[in-house]
Design a protein around this ligand. Structure first.
Ligand code: OSB
Ligand code: MG
Length: 366
């Protein structure tokens, strides 16, 4: 596929409600979109890097910089999605920037051939169950209210963000209020250390599906120690930035579940490799989220339809995040999202909405 040029577009998406985690609070998303213009098709990719390097080392201005200065110029004139990672491999890190570029190329390629992301990746289902990630709230009543609303909407699994000082109490309150049938899990975003093991053991009382990323991203060995102490399954997010890391984590016994985020691991092709590896080792996977717009969400939902994705993902409806999405909104149907089946991601930005939210654009050739 011959590429004529690539557009970098920054959009400002206000969140419906602030989203608080152990690493900060987000009021709006500052999102970088890529549009690849090829000879007879175009493709879109969403970069999931956040505005500040708090979740991981990437941030949106850094992603734009590395794309324009190094990654886009390294692409061969004639490229397929399969060759993108190899062409970008000399440049270390920057997985979210690389993933956005590979996704946009893959979208353009699949639109040209008429195949969907779902079919290309090997999806085996036409809808996926939706979980929702609930930020840290100011009070337990506010948290119960928020969870109540999501349960009423039909979300099939609730994930609570936790941090030291806001963990056992809120989790106990939610379990108590909603009963034993609620599928419940927690995400610490690396806020604890192994010295907190005894405290984290208290979460074992609440029959959680998993605890996500309790310790630092580079604490694989410590996660293995913690996993032996907890009955709650340990799931890794930030620690897994490639299939190689997933293999290391599995062989160490650092986790029994993996959150797969295509951006974090450098793209949908690496995401599929992690799925395959985990499936072969009996490690459950689920699709994480980075508060994506409809562009990134469409591809995530396709990935989440692969057979090894046996737990509900953070694949929520557009309305959980935004009052107006840039694509036709993803809507919850009986707690599920439909997997798009059109060519490529199967969704397109709505031109008027996109124009309204665009802060800047930049056109890069060869
Ligand atoms: O750790 O999973 C995370 C959002 C931004 C950064 C990191 C995380 C999250 C979420 C929200 O938990 C997932 C979503 O609904 O997109
Ligand atoms: Mg997480």
């Amino acid at each position: 596929m011959k590429i004529k040029g690539i557009e970098l577009r920054r959009i400002a998406m206000p969140l419906k409600a602030p989203f608080r985690t152990s690493f900060g609070v987000e009021y709006a998303r500052d999102i970088l979109l890529l549009r690849v213009e090829a000879a007879d098709s175009e493709g879109w990719g969403e970069c999931v890097a956040m505005s500040e390097p708090r979740y991981n080392s990437e941030y949106v201005d850094g992603a734009a910089d590395v794309l324009r200065r190094f990654l886009i110029p390294a692409l061969p004139l004639d490229v397929t999605a399969n060759t993108v990672a190899g062409a970008l491999q000399p440049f270390k890190g920057h997985h979210m920037a690389k993933a956005a570029l590979e996704s946009a190329v893959l979208d353009a390629e699949l639109r040209a051939s008429g195949e969907s992301f779902a079919s290309y990746l090997g999806a085996t289902r036409d809808r996926v169950p939706s979980g929702v990630s609930v930020g840290i709230m100011d009070s337990v009543p506010a948290l119960l209210d928020a969870v109540e609303g999501f349960v009423a909407e039909g979300y099939v699994r609730i994930k609570l963000k936790i941090a030291p000082g806001s963990d056992v109490g809120p989790v106990a309150a939610v379990r108590e209020h909603f009963g034993d049938d609620l599928l419940l899990q927690v995400d610490a975003n690396a806020a604890y250390t192994l010295a907190d093991s005894r405290h984290l053991e208290r979460l074992d009382a609440f029959d959680l599906l998993l605890i996500e990323q309790p310790l630092a991203d580079d604490d694989l060995v410590q996660h293995a120690h913690l996993a032996r102490r907890l009955t709650t399954p340990v799931c890794l997010d930030e620690s897994i930035d490639s299939a190689a890391h997933a293999a290391a984590a599995i062989s160490l016994g650092a986790c029994s579940v993996v959150n797969i985020k295509p951006g974090r691991v450098g793209g949908y092709l690496e995401a599929r490799r992690i799925h395959d590896l985990c499936q072969a080792h009996g490690i459950a996977v689920w699709c994480g989220g980075m508060l994506e717009t409809g562009i990134g969400r469409a591809a995530n939902v396709a990935l989440a339809a692969l057979p090894g994705f046996t737990l509900p993902g953070d694949t929520s409806a557009s309305s959980r995040y935004y009052s107006k999405d840039i694509t036709a909104p993803f809507e919850l149907n009986d707690g599920h999202l439909d997997v798009p089946r059109g060519p490529g991601t199967g969704v397109e930005p709505l031109p008027e909405v996109l124009a309204e939210l665009t802060a800047s654009t930049e056109w890069i050739t060869g």
